[in-house]
Design a protein around this ligand. Structure first.
Ligand code: NDP
Length: 449
């Protein structure tokens, strides 16, 4: 889609010239700007105060060296990142990603998306993101611990419970959060809720582990219900097999769907009887093994090498929950040809712009990750509240709040789209509703120069 406004186009072109090599970041910015023309046209202050020029530039970018010693005694060096994107509505908040392909472009795209996602939750959280090109896969526990401690030794200077509160993302689960929290506490001699996704024995929130996957299905369910449909009896693809995917499987199944296919970065499995999320939990959370080993538990299932073919499996609902740009135009066409009714994003930016055009062009239901995967950060916000209160809420309490938040996000997106004449366009509605809140706060706070 084109950016139909001269001011927005000018900002984008400047950015594209300055950061030509940051393709993921430019893709994320373009996706937002192409939906904001009607908002910019109705409020002249946005251009007068160059809100867009300011919102696309991070407030602060920190890049640092992370030295650590491997099990052979060899000194390794990785790069660490924290992009503090926007603090207009609250302390920076967003996960840390540890994966070998992490670079500044990926962290900036994630941080930019996070601004709008956090605004949609209605909780007071600004946008940020960080990580490293360190990949915990194949490393021993001791190596992961030494890396996390070294990473935190620098990160500690930039975060704090009222400044910046990181969480997990790809490659950063309970184990990594625990090691980083321990090092933060040691270095600062203070116990604060500076990280979310913590273990239950030291300030974590019940239902945080499940939150992104459950939240995705609550959102999709609200969207389906609005269109007179439900998960009941539907065949579902859940790509990936990590934190988001496992609990998306659980909730989609509880809502009456049947998860037929899941994947990891090596390949995918198909089980016509429905994939039991508990088996994936054992494989991925306990054994840290490959998804191909599912056949050891369910010999009647099928394993296919290579992850991209998963989108050719005939289903009704697609829940991408692995990584960015995992659904390209070819995959989107395969989904449409198989009669899929909706694509609801669990991962961040899983659909390429070409794929989104195919999906929306065919009239499928479509929700962007910044809306439908906001349950994780929303529950992180609830973890921060519990830490401040020094209280722990029950699983049911947190889960009920999560469900309420996801249903309100769906409504906010649908209402914003309708208000600007784009009825039913949840992608545009998500961008507009998220932007509006941050824009109002930035206008109120002045130009802070
Ligand atoms: P995890 O590290 O727990 O899991 C990622 C999963 O995706 C792994 O199974 C991984 O396989 C798989 N994977 C990676 N690349 C591919 C690929 N190209 N094709 C198929 N599978 C792949 O991460 P999360 O579940 O936490 O995050 C998944 C996505 O959800 C990310 O986009 C993240 O930004 C987003 N997200 C996560 C939130 C959270 O609360 N955790 C919140 C909001 C968004 P392998 O084992 O081979 O690496």
């Amino acid at each position: 889609m084109a950016i139909n406004n001269a001011y927005l186009e000018g900002v984008y072109n400047d950015l594209a010239a300055r950061y030509a090599e940051q393709s993921e970041y430019l893709e994320a910015v373009h996706e937002v700007l192409e939906t904001l023309a009607p908002v910019v046209e109705q409020d002249p202050r946005i251009e007068e105060q160059n809100i867009i020029g300011r919102i696309v530039e991070p407030e602060r970018t920190i890049i640092f060296r992370v030295p650590w010693v491997d099990d052979q005694g060899k000194v390794q060096v990785n790069r660490g990142y924290r992009v503090q994107f926007n603090s207009a509505i609250g302390p920076y908040k967003g996960g840390l990603r540890f994966r070998d392909n992490v670079n500044l472009s990926i962290i900036k795209f994630l941080g930019f998306e996070q601004i709008f996602k956090n605004a949609l939750t209605t909780l007071p959280m600004g946008g940020g993101k960080g990580g490293s090109d360190f990949d915990p896969k194949g490393k021993s526990d001791a190596e992961v611990m030494r890396f996390c401690q070294s990473f935190m030794t620098e990160l500690v200077k930039h975060i704090g419970p009222d400044t910046d509160v990181p969480a997990g993302d790809i490659g950063v689960g309970a184990r990594e959060i625990g090691y980083m929290f321990g090092q933060y506490k040691r270095l600062t001699n203070s116990w604060t809720g500076v990280l979310t996704g913590k273990g239950l024995s030291y300030g974590g929130s019940l239902a945080r582990t499940q939150a992104t996957g459950f939240g995705l299905c609550y959102f999709a369910n609200a969207y389906l219900r609005d269109k007179g449909m439900s998960f009941e009896g539907k065949r579902v693809i859940v790509s990936g097999s990590g934190n988001v995917a496992i609990y998306a499987n659980q909730k989609a199944t509880e809502l009456g769907g049947k998860v037929i296919a899941m994947s990891d970065s090596n390949g995918y499995i198909v089980d016509e009887n429905g994939i039991d999320y508990k088996v994936i939990q054992v494989i991925k959370e306990q054994k840290r093994a490959r998804i191909s080993t599912y056949l050891d538990y369910v010999p009647t299932a099928k394993y296919v090498e290579g992850c991209s073919g998963i989108w050719t499996v005939p289903v009704d609902i697609a829940l991408p929950c692995a990584t960015q740009n995992e659904i390209d135009e070819t995959a989107a066409k395969a989904l449409v040809a198989n009669g899929v009714i909706g694509v609801f994003e669990g991962s961040n930016m899983p659909c390429t712009p070409e794929a989104i055009a195919v999906i929306k062009g065919a009239g499928l239901l479509y929700s962007p990750g910044k809306a439908s995967n906001a349950g994780g950060v929303a529950t992180s916000g609830l973890e921060m509240s519990q830490n401040s209160e020094r209280l722990s809420w029950t699983f049911e309490e947190v889960d009920a709040k999560l469900q309420g938040i996801m249903e309100s996000i769906y409504k906010a997106c649908a209402d914003a789209a309708a208000k600007y004449g784009m009825e039913g366009d949840i992608q545009a509605g998500a961008n507009i509703a998220g932007f509006q809140k941050v824009c109002d706060a930035m206008l109120a706070q002045g130009i802070c120069y």
